[in-house]
Write a protein that binds this ligand. Structure first.
Ligand code: AMP
Length: 377
């Protein structure tokens, strides 16, 4: 029987072996916990810094059972575990956030239905099961629009922007599995996100709203704090807290949002785990998103999610990102983070760098470019 708060030296089971697991495990180690990773990969970023690892498919019941038996609580950095796998894990040890939260975030239809039901605005959307339903949804939502798979999409994978009627056939044939979701195109002024931690007693700690810039659909830069109106900032935090409460999350919740041309805040998607747009918190906050994640799932008290500095975080992606690593190491003031991945495949997140500024001193775009000039644009 697991008792909370977890005592020192307890073992936290983390499903997924990527960089989010690695940074969670490093935070756990600082709090005196051990991590055991469940991953398909040998030599994964998370296992490199953890106490133990089970290398297995996420659906093998024998491995799932052995993994769960050997840990005190289970959490995730990878969300796409089958419903049966989640139920099996939860039958053996506490799973935080709960399987019901993961089920909602795994599926865009469930997610948007839940969000709209909780009074949270999204882009207008429609579930499309057939080619005929796609035509009908396009008539209703207009073009341009974005067609997405309901499951397993990330970093812009599994989606297509429809600009003209001629784009429909190709996108419909390419995107699988069905059903799909059609979203009205948001002509956004900014993309922002918040990361909220929620403890077992319902306490909330919400980090500052940040601004995100993407390149080829992958996060490139995060600016903390977001340079947005106070009203938009308050709306974004209120949405983050409302969604965390409505989902009854114990752990971390990241909410990605758009600010549209009218200043409205619309939710794009949610993730019940640490998030790339929260990496700046490692260097700019007394307690990072990873520490709050571990504290929440371990049943410890949550400190406030305050920042002592402003920050810019830049991802190092693929071979181009790795080529910048020597410059990142050589530049005073850039705080380097590398994830231990052997192969720098295109589009793969290899590491990131953070530059801090005095609180309130985040420069404008020109200053941000200058601060990262050594990394070339
Ligand atoms: P997603 O995989 O849903 O996070 O989308 C990846 C990126 O595609 C977002 O960060 C946006 O830049 C863009 N995008 C997604 N959905 C929309 C939309 N409905 N309207 C405009 N841009 C979108």
């Amino acid at each position: 029987m697991t008792r909370f708060p977890l005592p020192p030296n307890a073992t936290i089971g983390l499903v997924g072996g990527g960089q989010l697991g690695r940074m969670s495990a490093l935070a756990a180690a600082r709090l005196g916990y051990r991590c055991h990773i469940l991953t398909r990969e040998t030599d994964s970023p998370a296992a490199q810094v953890s106490h133990g690892v089970t290398i297995s498919d996420y659906s093998d019941p024998v491995s799932l059972r052995a993994f769960a038996d050997g840990v005190d609580v289970i959490s995730f950095e990878f969300e796409n575990v089958s419903a049966e796998g989640l139920d099996l894990l939860a039958s053996i040890r506490p799973v935080r956030p709960s399987p019901s939260v993961l089920r909602i975030s795994q599926d865009r239809v469930e997610e948007k239905t839940f969000l709209n039901g909780a009074g949270v605005a999204t882009a207008p959307w429609a579930r499309v099961e057939s080619r005929g339903e796609l035509d009908e949804a396009v008539r209703r939502l207009g073009l341009p629009a974005v067609l997405k798979t309901t499951r397993l999409g990330y970093d812009g994978k599994g989606q297509a922007t429809l600009r003209a009627v001629e784009d429909l056939d190709g996108a419909w044939d390419r995107l699988d599995p069905k059903p799909l979701v059609l979203e009205g195109f948001v002509d956004f002024a900014q993309e922002i996100s918040v990361v909220v931690a929620r403890g077992e007693d319902g306490d909330l700690s919400c980090f500052d709203t940040v601004e995100n810039r993407h390149r080829d659909h992958i996060l490139d830069l995060t600016l903390a704090p977001a340079r947005i109106s106070q009203a938009a900032d308050q709306a974004a935090r209120a949405i983050g807290c409302r969604v965390a409460e409505a989902l009854d999350v114990v752990g971390l919740l990241a909410v990605e949002m758009f600010i549209d041309s009218g200043g409205n805040v619309l939710v794009n998607e949610i993730a019940p785990r640490p998030h790339n747009s929260g990496h700046w918190t490692i260097d700019a906050c007394p307690a990072s998103q990873f520490e709050l994640h571990i504290r929440a799932i371990a049943g410890l008290a949550l400190p406030p999610a305050t920042r002592h500095s402003d920050a810019v975080m830049k991802n190092l992606i693929g071979p181009e990102g790795m080529a910048l690593w020597p410059a990142a190491l050589a530049e005073p003031g850039l705080i380097p983070h590398l994830y231990g991945k052997a192969a720098a495949l295109p589009g793969r997140k290899m590491g990131h760098v953070t530059r801090l500024f005095p609180r309130g001193g985040l420069p404008g775009d020109f200053g941000v470019d200058a601060a990262l000039a050594v990394l070339g644009g």
